[in-house]
Design a protein around this ligand. Structure first.
Ligand SMILES: [Zn+2]
Length: 399
């Protein structure tokens, strides 16, 4: 589902299997013939994939007598949603979201975990472990049915799930995967929240039949600007898994002071939520929150209106930079300043329109996140289900 242009033979095999699984999940019960027609795979390939999925317990086949049709009953495939479950977490300052999902990516139980900034990662992992018992009870399943844990987190997460730095959670140099695996006694994956969110948005869009090969996601967070990009269907990662991030692209020589990062000219110092508020407050002390900024705009405070126009133009510069760097067709925006600041999104669209290079970006769509604050958790659900399928396959000698 994530790789529309898989590179290796193994990737291609998994890609096709995932394609069939997702289609059965979305449209099942469905016949093999319809699957072959929908995927373009040969009947031989389809038989092989269906047999593998049946062997690892992810789909089942039923004979169904067709009303009014004489002769052989047709066989239809559907997924075994309760074949396994995943524990997914979107770690955030104050309150983290925790969910148990089945193989249909359907939420069985939802919980919130208080994660005050500064709480150690080990403590959070132990609290998750304690919560998991209750969640299993509520879902009516035993703990051994949970195949893996997936956690998304803002900040710099390496490809292997090592947390290099998360300023929001005040975590640095942490073996996130190792700690989760030991505390929960199950395989774990840890992913950057924007990369997870992009995969979640991509999955929803592809379900709706939209093209998703070249897209990007930007989150204007409290202290930073996180982003992720997909090029030709591949999520960009880079040597330290930071490809696609534009938070430290420079927008000016010198921005606000503060502890966002040591170089003061980057987007984090201009268009993160805290930077916007700090800037506004330096002009009008009543602007201590986005609501205060909106009030100042409504009251006709010319200097704040000018500042907000500048902010929107900087956001448009960020969007334009992304589309020039990655040649995206679609850029999804999220975060409080985009959704809660008066007319911000409309103004950004206006400024983006002025900056487009027609030959490079003729079809660029800049849209708001459909899933809003749930995008990272949803993406994590998709990633954890995918990881579970890979683990089930690794035990299948015939794949
Ligand atoms: Zn920076």
């Amino acid at each position: 589902m994530y790789q529309t242009s898989p590179k290796s033979q193994a990737d291609l095999k998994f890609h096709n299997l995932k394609l069939v699984f997702d289609l059965v999940k979305r449209e099942g019960p469905i016949s093999r013939a319809s699957l072959a027609k929908r995927t373009g795979l040969s009947p031989t390939s389809m038989t092989r994939i269906v047999n593998v999925l049946k062997r690892i317990g992810l789909i089942s086949e039923h004979s169904v007598a067709q009303a009014g049709v004489a002769g052989r009953p047709s066989t239809l495939l559907e997924i075994c949603a309760d074949a396994a479950y995943c524990l997914c977490v979107d770690a955030m300052p104050n309150v983290s979201k925790v969910t148990l999902v089945d193989m249909a990516t359907k939420q069985a139980v939802y919980r919130e975990l208080v994660t005050v900034s500064g709480t150690s990662f080990e403590t959070v992992a132990d609290e998750l472990n304690a919560m998991l018992g209750e969640m299993c009870r509520d879902a009516g399943i035993t703990r051994d049915r949970i195949a893996c844990c997936g956690m998304s987190i803002s900040g710099h997460v390496l490809r292997n799930g090592y947390i290099a730095a998360s300023s929001q959670m005040q975590w640095a140099d942490i073996d996130g995967v190792g700690i989760l695996e030991r505390a929960l006694d199950m395989p774990a994956i840890v992913e950057n929240d924007c990369k997870a969110a992009l995969l979640g948005e991509q999955y929803l869009l592809s379900c709706a039949g939209e093209s998703t090969a070249n897209m990007a996601y930007v989150k204007f967070g409290w202290a930073g600007v996180g982003s992720a990009a997909m090029v030709d269907g591949m999520l960009l990662r880079g040597s330290r898994n930071a490809a696609g991030e534009i938070g430290h692209f420079n927008s000016q020589l010198e921005g606000l002071s503060g502890d966002r990062c040591e170089f003061k000219g980057c987007f984090e110092h201009t268009i993160s939520e805290s930077a916007v508020i700090e800037h506004a407050r330096s002009i009008n002390p009543a602007c201590a929150s986005l609501a205060g900024v909106n009030e100042a705009i409504a009251n006709g405070d010319e200097r704040i209106i000018k500042l907000m126009n500048d902010i929107c133009e900087y956001i448009a510069i960020a969007v334009s930079d992304i589309s020039c760097a990655y040649n995206s067709d679609r850029i999804i925006l999220s975060g409080n300043i985009i959704t809660n600041l008066a007319d911000c999104y409309q103004n950004v669209l206006r400024y983006v329109e002025r900056r487009l290079t027609r030959s490079v970006q003729p079809n660029l769509q800049v849209c708001l996140s459909k899933m809003g604050t749930n995008a990272s958790l949803y993406g994590m659900n998709c990633l954890a289900v995918e990881e579970t399928i890979k683990r089930l396959l690794s035990n299948d000698t015939g794949f």
